[in-house]
Design a protein around this ligand. Structure first.
Ligand code: ARG
Length: 611
């Protein structure tokens, strides 16, 4: 595979640089080899000459030329045809044998292509994690799709993952909610539309609070908040009635969540909500450890906090000092030794979000994971830095913590809805996309009957939602333009699906044996065939990149590139009626179909036989 080729080149490069006595050969930085796929550059290209320019005091192009010579002097590399330079770049072109082997592999291995054997990394992979008593919103939609696809990528890269939905089902907000619920006592309404009703109660509490604040009734505001706190304290200390009510909230939420996850085709291994760690006493254990060992200090009003100093956080930037992988800048106040208080017990003795997260870590560490991955929005970045710092203080230093953060997502008219206090639910977005998909399908093929059109529309809708939520670099904010995202033209899921459908149909129309790529290896390929073959060879490196970045975006971009290249190949070449390379081209089409299927399995985009 291409990785093997790349690693071979890197090894040779290291040897050459050692012979030259270059420092670059001995640094820990990997020598960079990128796969470029445009016609002008090689399949594997290295910018190393640019990095060496200052050390050697020579222009990159000269260094590249000498390096290329040194490579040629070492004799042929299996799989590499020619070595050329382009400016300071050295390009390695793959040969026909390698291409044929790649096609063979893809056809033989199917969905195993690009999959690596277990690396032994066992990880708890937390994603989605919505809060009960509310519907999933558009942010959870991004989280859920991004998390699901990244989970699949990591599994393909050999991780042993447990997917956990860390439900937000505990906290003082449920004290407020329970209070409002008892006040209103509209059981009928709750039975009929539990989540909408609970959401209303939430909003009612918020309005109530704002009204009191705005009319300057400070004491009443405090009183209202105290009541909520009391309810929560009672719930946490095991009040049976409140617990029973809370369970009804929780169950109603679970069925509503399930319905949305079903539509998205997402599954979890475990659903440990925050409440689990309270009920199972992990929170009390954490509190004891922190207090008994003097890691938490008591504040004037009787709360306990773990002080987090700037130094505790700045260690995070240095992977040698802390097992935290982060590409985020740390921008907390560089104050004079002041600390941020990570609260683990409030003055009334109740737990916080942070207590429950520390307890969750204690539990997960005991389960023996190597790594804990948290797919959670960027707005909680500072919180997670503090959480991980607090966890290290508690002695959890052997486990790697990773906050896989992602940017905000909105509809084009999103900010307006937020101002109006309207929640954009995941269901709304899914409905909207489904509706658009239905008209796109209908317009595309007027001969479809209702049932078939519906079925295809479901597939297109899912393709749209999944593609759109992973297409942008995860840390970027994005706008989900449901109209545009469903279009068959443009950088969209349906565009990719359509290319795959076309490839599938060509293959099936051909009715030709494609199982022996080597038997037709002497049929010539032109540049369009080669361009497509190169894409197929790239795939394992794309997965590798996704893992490095904890981001499925490169895979989405890869799919677009594959779709475009396939369309170009089909536009420029004769395939079914080709005069001389028909069989080999069909092998290429078969491998492309296989490739789409493999990548679709990971991204959860449906493969449609008709569109
Ligand atoms: N429930 C939270 C929310 O919807 C996200 C939970 C993130 N995970 C965690 N371990 N804190 O914002």
């Amino acid at each position: 595979m291409l990785q093997v080729l790349r690693d071979h080149i890197i090894e040779d490069m290291t040897t050459i640089l050692e012979e030259w006595g270059c420092a670059a050969a001995t640094t820990t930085d990997p020598i960079e080899i990128n796969e470029y796929t445009d016609a002008g550059k090689g399949l594997l290209a290295t910018p190393i000459a640019f990095q060496l320019a200052s050390e050697l005091g020579r222009p990159p192009a000269d260094i590249a030329a000498d390096l290329a010579d040194a490579f040629r002097d070492r004799g042929p590399i299996e799989g590499i045809d020619t070595i050329e330079t382009a400016g300071g770049y050295i390009n390695f072109h793959i040969d026909e044998t390698f291409t044929t082997q790649t096609l063979e592999r893809i056809l033989d291995e199917g969905s195993e292509y690009g999959v690596v054997e277990g690396t032994g990394t066992s990880a708890l992979f937390e994603f989605s994690s919505p809060n009960i008593a509310k519907p999933l919103h558009i942010g959870h939609l991004r989280n859920t799709v991004l998390g699901d696809v990244l989970g699949n990528v990591l599994a393909a890269r050999g991780y042993d993952l447990v997917r956990d939905n860390h439900i937000g089902d505990w906290g003082v907000q449920f004290g407020h909610l329970l209070y409002e619920f008892e006040q209103a006592e509209d059981t009928e309404r709750f039975e009929a539309e539990p989540i909408d009703y609970l959401l209303e109660l939430y909003q009612r509490y918020g309005r109530h609070e704002t009204e009191l604040e705005e009319s300057g009734r400070e004491a009443d505001v405090e009183q209202l908040r105290d009541t909520g706190r009391e309810y929560f304290a009672a719930l946490e200390s095991g009040d049976a009635e409140l617990r029973a009510l809370w369970e009804r909230f929780s169950d109603a939420s679970r069925s509503r969540f399930d319905a949305t996850y079903d539509r998205l085709g997402v599954d979890f291994d475990t659903w440990h909500g925050e409440s689990f760690y309270v009920t199972e006493s992990w929170t009390s254990q954490i509190r004891e450890t922190a207090i008994d060992n003097g890691i938490a200090i008591e504040t004037d009003d009787g709360a306990y906090v773990v002080p987090i100093y700037d130094d505790d956080l700045t260690n995070v930037e240095d992977p040698e000092q802390a097992d935290v992988r982060t590409d985020a800048d740390i921008d907390l106040d560089e104050d004079d030794g002041d600390y941020e208080a990570f609260v683990i017990t409030k003055r009334d003795g109740t737990t916080t979000y942070g207590t429950r997260d520390l307890a969750t870590i204690a539990y997960r560490v005991e389960q023996g994971y190597d790594e804990l991955l948290y797919v959670v929005g960027s707005e909680q970045r500072e919180y997670f830095q503090q959480l991980f710092a607090a966890a290290r203080k508690l002695g959890y230093t052997d486990i790697q913590f990773t906050h896989v953060d992602y940017g905000l997502i909105d509809l084009p008219e999103g900010s307006m809805s937020t101002r109006a206090g309207r929640l954009i639910t995941a269901e709304d977005v899914l409905d909207r996309v489904r509706e658009n998909a239905r008209s796109v399908v209908e317009e595309n093929d007027l001969t479809l009957d209702e049932e078939t059109a519906d079925e295809i529309a479901d597939g297109v809708a899912l393709g749209t939602v999944r593609f759109e939520n992973i297409a942008k670099r995860r840390t970027k904010n994005t706008t989900f333009d449901t109209e545009q995202a469903t279009s068959l033209e443009g950088d969209t899921g349906p565009y990719v699906q359509y290319a795959a459908t076309r490839a599938w149909n060509i293959l099936h129309e051909a009715d030709t044996d494609v199982s022996e790529p080597s038997a037709v290896a002497d049929q010539p390929f032109n540049e369009f065939d080669h361009q497509l073959a190169v894409r197929l060879a790239r795939y394992p490196l794309v997965l590798e990149r996704c893992e490095e970045r904890y981001d499925p975006a490169p895979l989405a971009q890869y799919l677009l590139d594959l779709a475009r290249t396939f369309n170009k190949f089909y536009h420029e070449n004769r395939v079914l009626d080709a005069e001389q390379s028909r069989e080999r081209r069909l092998v290429l089409v078969a491998a492309t179909v296989e490739m789409f299927e493999t990548a679709f399995e990971i991204t959860g985009i449906p493969m449609l036989k008709r569109m």
